[in-house]
Design a binder for this molecule. Structure first.
Ligand SMILES: [Zn+2]
Length: 465
């Protein structure tokens, strides 16, 4: 039992019956203020790790708190049935939470969780309810129901829970390097993402990379008066804005030579899934007071967000910007420029191309200096791994609408780290909603998401085990 992927019915029924107890357990974990960035909560982070170790042990895992220079990791190993043929899965989540400030904007104590009825349904309100305690508990509750029903875990499992995700993960890479052999599995499951537009189950398979550059254009050896020098002397702001204006053509394409190397066209199957999502770009832009997609003219709004690279000027300054007026010809002009990267675009090659491209356009008497601000390539998941189609089917069964492989504009570095340091592919799926207010006051998790999240994992495990 239950190797029929369509019918882990007994497990699903048990999940339904156990929901009140599962909510109680989650609220227990939410009562521990495991704020990782604030040293005042160090003992609480430790306590959250202990709580999870005990819970995993109760599920039959060999679980332990593992020290790091910062907050501990929780690592647990469990075996499935002796004749198990399924993959060895690693599950990742994080038990630390963001600070709660400003406390005055909370309607209740952030660490005194409660169920609350809202017009959109019942929610659990507390810091960490969604990010990431509620999400990580969906997986543990699925395992609990499975074990209760069948007497064992569904397959070979490693659980890996971090306590520093909300404070920059300073111990993560060394820990992965030091424990690479122990953490080896066939695929990593990461539960820290959301549904698409609150309703469609989604598996994140594309994460855009990021490259940052700061340019300073130098002209005269000091600021000049435009009455004395204007017309004769070079103005670096004029030179800089002219160069930056050349970064895009009339079609919205980036003009940097070689910029689109490594950018591939969307596969037809993914294009069809995205069409099926019926993204309401008018509402999406309308929320922030905009109306017209501003990317490449021949691309759909979702392509612009997820599968196409961008170039953006994030800041530009120089000369006199204070109150009143000063007719200065500045000696310097500055800009910060970033690129969101996709596919196999090489951030280092693009940085070099950008500098060469700027240098080539400098007028007489102007020179440029550059400062780098980070370079990370895009993350692209290997959706050929059978776990991906299994997850799409399982999520579709549970949520009653097709699941899609989606992109993500923000960065989730853990997936890339699993690939780089463990050589392991990762699958990102989660059940958060856009209005969960993660990192903000009054964070919540919909009880429906928690419940269906648990059921989704059970369905996926049934397909994989
Ligand atoms: Zn998170």
């Amino acid at each position: 039992m239950p190797h029929d992927p369509q019918a882990p019915d007994a497990v699903l029924a048990r999940i339904d019956a156990m929901l009140p107890a599962a909510l109680d357990r989650l609220m227990d974990l939410l009562r521990i203020p495991s704020i990782s960035t604030d040293p005042a909560f160090k003992a609480d982070c430790d306590r959250a790790a202990d709580w999870l170790v005990a819970d995993l042990q109760s599920l039959g895992f060999d679980a332990a708190k593992r020290p790091t220079p910062g907050h501990p990791m929780v690592v647990a190993h469990g075996d499935g049935p002796a004749d198990a043929s399924g993959p060895h899965l690693l599950f990742y989540g994080h038990y630390d939470v963001q600070p709660v400030d400003p406390l005055s904007l909370w309607d209740r104590d952030p660490f005194d969780p409660a169920l609350e009825n809202t017009p959109k349904g019942q929610v659990i309100r507390a810091r960490g309810a969604s990010d990431d305690k509620g999400q990580l508990m969906t997986f543990l509750e699925a395992l609990r129901a499975w074990k209760a029903e069948t007497g064992q875990l569904p397959c070979k499992l490693t659980i890996f829970l971090e306590g520093e995700e909300e404070s920059g993960s300073p111990s993560l890479i060394p820990f992965l390097q030091d424990n690479a052999a122990e953490l080896q599995a066939d695929i990593a499951l990461i539960c820290d993402t959301g549904l698409f537009q609150d309703t469609a189950p989604a598996i994140v398979t594309m994460l855009r990379g990021l490259l940052g550059e700061e340019i300073t254009l130098h002209a005269a050896n000091k600021d000049l008066h435009s009455g004395m020098f204007g017309g004769l002397a070079a103005n670096p702001i004029r030179a800089l804005t002219r160069i930056l204006a050349n970064l895009h053509d009339d079609q919205g394409r980036v003009t940097l030579p070689g910029f689109y190397d490594g950018v591939s066209e969307l596969p037809d199957a993914i294009r069809a899934q995205w069409q099926n999502l019926a993204f309401d770009h008018a509402a999406f832009l309308g929320d922030v007071g905009l109306s017209v997609p501003a990317g490449e003219l021949d691309r759909t709004p979702l392509e612009m967000l997820w599968s196409r690279p961008t170039a953006e000027v994030n800041g530009i300054w120089g000369g006199y910007t204070g109150d009143g007026f000063k007719t200065v010809l500045p000696a310097e002009a500055h800009a910060k420029v970033s690129f969101r990267l996709v596919g196999t675009q090489d951030p280092h090659a693009i940085r070099a191309a950008f500098r060469t491209w700027v240098q080539a356009q400098l007028p007489a008497d102007c020179s440029a200096t550059f400062t780098e601000h980070g370079a990370s390539p895009a993350g692209l998941m290997q959706i050929t791994h059978p776990a991906f189609e299994a997850a799409r089917a399982a999520l579709g069964d549970e949520w009653g609408r097709a699941a899609a492989y989606v992109g993500c504009g923000g960065s989730i570095p853990i997936a890339g780290y699993f690939k780089t340091y463990l050589g392991m592919d990762a699958m990102l799926l989660g059940f958060a909603r856009d209005d969960d207010q993660i990192h903000s006051p009054n964070e919540k998790y919909d009880v429906e998401c928690f419940h269906k999240g648990i059921r989704s994992w059970a369905r996926l495990l049934a397909r994989l085990a």
